[in-house]
Write a protein that binds this ligand. Structure first.
Ligand SMILES: [Zn+2]
Length: 429
């Protein structure tokens, strides 16, 4: 295949070998038939992308000389796919971090239209951002769901309707860019740890309190995804055994008491007033007893959950993010108090609220994309692209097939376990 030869000769930075992309797409199409014309369009687009990629790489090598030297003028695309909206922006490297530049893009996720429609919406956001900045060199994409970043797969996302979607491969094909996948909350955690409320600490526990609850552990500026990429399901710590049923199938999970959506739902159940978590906070401030009760329950539950995390992990700081954290000190103070009361044997870590707000997810995937560029640039062998895939595996077709087959064989086992985790893993937006 001409494309394979071209990609491998021109760049070591295409994230997934062509063989793997083709196989992943094949498996995806078996389950989600795409019209032949669309397949043809995709291939045409790929050829254009490959040509673009070749030119980009050549000009970058010519313009900047040696590989391994960070290039501060680089720009990347950042996209954050949540259950409610798909957000995107172009990001640029600044001294010590990244910044979002240009107009941001926001589109409704509209999962009711089906998994293919959500995918197309994501691709159109990528296209729009590439139009804003044709010189972008990579893209970072954060997903609300169970993500296997190394394989470029979204294992499961209840809110997006995706299962075993080879999103990195599809997006790479669509844009001609190397794609870095990340989990939405762990991406936000990365940004808070490096640029936000946790930037002076080495060991940061970040919690997103949105539609659901999830957390992320950042050690020395790096995400810890766990052994199978499912670390941080903080919302499913049981804090009230026998309590309300949770979307995961269990009862009394933290998420049933302290997510932004459940705070609003509990207020509705108690008062009949249909409103959001921010309004519940405002009502509490105005002296509403029902709002106060629900808020206290949420803070207590969070304190209990964070006491468990502190006992296990000893974080240097706890950062609260997501919609509920917009309440600021109104949330931080009672949570810090509840945490301190439960930690009878040690001083509690400081509790802070996000300083990056709803930009944390986008900044995090942009950071990951820049990190990936730096790793690739520091590769010692200029011929690396011809012999070794970016995942470190040999990139010959035989090995590529083996890697893809392993990924495929592992799917059913994980698939059966995922719905429980995934259904509640969408913690943002
Ligand atoms: Zn649960």
């Amino acid at each position: 295949m001409l494309e394979v030869a071209l990609i491998r000769r021109t760049t070591s930075r295409v994230k997934h070998s062509w063989v793997r992309i083709e196989q992943s797409l094949g498996r995806w199409r078996e389950r989600h038939p795409i019209a032949e014309a669309q397949v043809r369009d995709e291939r045409l687009f790929v050829r254009r992308s490959v040509v673009t990629q070749g030119i980009t790489v050549q000009s970058r090598l010519g313009g900047h000389g040696t590989e391994g030297v960070p290039v501060t003028g680089d720009r990347v695309v950042a996209v954050d796919i949540g259950g409610t909206s798909i957000k995107g922006a172009v990001a640029v490297r600044v001294d010590g971090g990244v910044e979002l530049v240009g107009p941001s893009v926001r589109r409704a996720t509209r999962a009711v239209d089906g998994p293919q429609a959500v995918l197309e919406a994501v691709l159109s956001v990528l296209t729009e951002l590439q139009g804003q900045a044709p010189d972008v060199v990579a893209a970072g994409v954060g997903v609300a769901g169970t993500v296997d970043a190394a394989a470029g797969l979204v294992r499961f996302s209840a809110n997006l309707g995706w299962r075993d979607l080879p999103l990195a491969g599809i997006a790479a094909q669509h844009t001609g860019l190397p794609i870095v996948l990340g989990h939405d909350v762990r991406s936000a955690a990365l940004a808070e740890a490096r640029l936000g409320a946790g930037r002076d600490e080495n060991f940061v526990w970040f919690v997103s309190l949105g539609t659901g609850i999830a957390g992320g552990l950042i050690t020395a500026g790096q995400v810890d995804p766990g052994a199978t990429g499912q670390a941080g399901e903080f919302g499913h710590i049981v804090v009230d055994p026998g309590g309300d049923p949770c979307g995961c199938g269990n009862r009394g999970c933290l998420e049933t008491l302290a997510s932004a959506s459940r705070v609003a739902a509990r207020y509705r159940a108690l008062t009949g007033v249909d409103t959001g978590a921010a309004e519940v906070a405002a009502a509490m401030r105005a002296g509403d007893a029902a709002a106060q009760q629900i808020w206290d329950d949420a803070a207590e539950a969070l304190g209990a959950g964070l006491a468990t995390v502190t006992a296990l992990l000893d974080p240097g700081v706890v950062v609260l993010g997501g919609g509920l954290a917009l309440a600021g000190d109104l949330l931080r103070d009672p949570v810090a108090t509840a945490l301190a009361q439960r930690l009878t044997f040690r001083r509690p870590p400081p509790v802070r609220v996000t300083t990056l707000g709803d930009q944390a997810g986008l900044l995090g995937v942009a950071l990951a994309a820049f990190d990936d560029l730096d790793v690739d640039r520091s590769a010692p062998d200029p011929a690396r692209g011809a012999a070794v895939g970016s995942d470190g595996s040999a990139a010959d077709p035989a090995t590529g097939a083996a890697v893809a087959a392993v990924g495929s064989a592992a799917d059913p086992a994980r698939g059966t376990a995922d719905p429980a985790v995934g259904s509640a893993a969408e913690a943002t937006s």
